[in-house]
Design a protein around this ligand. Structure first.
Ligand code: ZN
Length: 551
């Protein structure tokens, strides 16, 4: 290193998140990396005439947050659509009003797409129907996605365009809701049901995708997020190119680990077999895991459980009382073996207790069939994993990627509507996962499910608050024995998340040689009352030694 540092942050409480959980006073940065960490007086000699010095008055410095599962690109793209989320929309009519408004400014015949419908959050506790959407936008195909991303509602023009009729058979792994007369209501659950429409939706241009990630980047920087794992990068060449251009133009600062959307017939990188594998790229942009879906979302009754849902009075729950598997176990095994054998990390979306067991079976089979060291496969969301499931994860080295916001946002409805109190109290068992020796990470999944909660949905400090307090929106503490400490929450969003992308030697803690991804907070989340963690402010976000956000 040169004689002097590029940047010295001093006078702070530097929570290093190193293996000994040490706290220092100062950190010096050179060439985008951390050069030294220690006492203020020991680093004073690194301050030269051109060194930028950030003098703190006891504020807290943490490693930058890593959000290991979110939909970074979708975040920017969704801002274009009709905002259907609640509580912004309290009734079905509120949503129809927005659709009507959009129709007035959209050329006739063009698609109207919306995001965030939350049937159980509306006064009527149902989706808008196709007929209501037909009346709101008679000249437009309309397609509104559920807040979970695992269901949608379409109007008649959209169903017609996709060739879906009342006679269309139920697709495997999904469900098309019908009324008592057998007529489609427009509600489509899971990918196999929605695929005919998803296939014909207008594709965003590369420029639009690029602007999307740049917009998302600004918001994420304000929440202290310096790295993201995009769990929904589509298997289109343009997705990676859009990311690459945004990075190359210096307009996207976050480091991106972009997962491949490994849907059958849509896993381009595997099928073309370019020889690339997880980790290809550099510290700015890497090819991530292959993402596959095992089950669905509790909020639309599609996660796979051993026991039935508690509400069974709709045609979809009567048909699938224990949820759905999106692929048969054999189909899943084949895909996991293929990706694993080619050198990919596999990230399996699995949330119900049965869905998670099916996912672990596939991982175990792949590792048995094609042994390779340290594949670090992941269960995404892992919401209702059993104690035995956690033991298997430990033995297989599988990472548990949890979504702590759910115990705040959805838990009351888990109790009343979906799975009942006993199962709900065991949701997101992060403490048990840690005790079992499972590498435990936490994520936002934004904007899926979380958009707008509490501000834009990806705030790691809010995620930590959720995991530490496990308090529902109604104020009930759910499964108190699964509460974790603030430090465990920080680790889940830093060093453990770095491990989940094979980058724990590169980032995730404040140690010499690591990337200078740092954040400054007004208070130490480990020192405040646990209830105040959500009020801790991000004052500054630094990526590679450069400030990308300052309050
Ligand atoms: Zn997701």
């Amino acid at each position: 290193m040169g004689l002097y540092a590029d940047l010295v942050i001093t006078g702070g409480r530097v929570v290093t998140v190193n293996p000994r959980d040490e706290v220092a006073e100062a950190v010096a940065v050179w060439g985008g990396r951390i050069a030294a960490v220690g006492a203020a007086r020991d680093l004073a000699g690194l301050i030269g005439p051109r060194t930028e010095v950030l003098r703190l008055r006891g504020e807290t410095v943490l490693p930058g947050f890593i959000d290991p599962h979110n939909h970074f690109m979708l975040y920017g793209l969704w801002l274009d659509g009709v905002n259907c989320k609640s509580p912004l929309n309290r009734t079905v009519d509120d949503i129809l009003g927005r659709v009507r408004e959009k129709a007035a400014s959209t050329p006739s015949g063009s698609w109207i797409v919306g995001f965030g419908v939350e049937d159980s959050g509306l006064e009527e506790r149902r989706f808008p129907t196709r007929d209501e959407l037909d009346r709101a936008a008679p000249g437009h195909p309309v397609y509104l996605k559920h807040r979970s991303g695992h269901a949608a509602v379409a109007n008649s023009l959209a169903l017609d365009a996709a060739g879906i009729t009342d006679q269309t058979p139920q697709p495997p792994g999904g469900h098309m809701d019908r009324d008592a007369t057998g007529r489609l209501t427009g509600v489509l659950r899971e990918k196999s049901a929605a695929a005919p429409i998803e296939k014909i939706l207008p594709v965003p241009t590369r420029d639009r995708m690029k602007e999307g990630v740049i917009t998302a980047g600004r918001l994420y920087a304000s929440a202290g997020i310096t790295s993201v794992h995009d769990a929904g990068a589509e298997a289109r060449p343009d997705t990676y190119r859009a990311y690459h251009e945004a990075v190359a133009e210096g307009r996207l600062h976050q480091r991106v680990y972009a997962m491949i959307w490994g849907w059958p017939g849509n896993h381009l990188y595997l099928e073309k077999d370019l020889g690339l594998r997880t980790g290809f790229g550099d510290e700015r942009l890497r090819l991530g895991a292959v993402k596959l879906f095992v089950d669905g979302s509790i909020q639309v009754f599609t996660c796979a459980f051993y026991d039935p849902y508690i509400t069974l009075d709709t045609d979809s729950t009567r048909a699938n009382p224990r949820g759905v598997l999106q692929l048969t176990p054999n189909e899943l095994n084949d895909l996991v073996v293929e990706a694993h054998a080619k050198g990919f990390q596999v990230a399996l979306h699995a949330q119900g207790d049965y869905g998670i067991d099916v996912a672990l079976d596939a991982i175990q089979y792949a590792m048995w069939k094609a042994p390779r060291p340290d594949p670090r496969h992941r269960i995404e969301h892992c919401q209702c994993v059993t104690p035995e499931g956690l033991r298997r994860m430990r033995r297989l080295g599988v990472i548990g990627s949890f979504y702590p916001h759910h115990s705040w946002y959805w838990a009351d409805r888990h109790i009343s509507t979906f799975i009942g109190e006993e199962r709900a109290s065991r949701m997101n068992p992060m403490k048990s996962a840690m005790r079992a020796g499972v590498v435990t990470v936490a994520h936002s999944d934004a904007p899926i499910a979380a958009i707008g909660d509490p501000v834009f949905g990806a705030e790691p400090l809010f995620g930590i608050w959720c995991a530490v307090n496990r308090t529902t929106r109604a104020g009930k503490v759910i499964g108190p024995e699964e509460r974790i400490t603030p430090m465990e929450g920080i680790r889940a969003f830093t060093i453990n998340a770095a491990y989940a992308s094979f980058e724990e030697r590169l980032k995730g803690s404040i140690e010499p040689g690591k990337l200078a991804d740092l954040i400054v907070l007004d208070r130490d989340p480990c020192a405040v009352d646990p209830w105040e963690i959500r009020d801790v402010q991000v004052l500054r976000t630094i990526i590679g030694g450069r400030t990308v956000f300052a309050r």
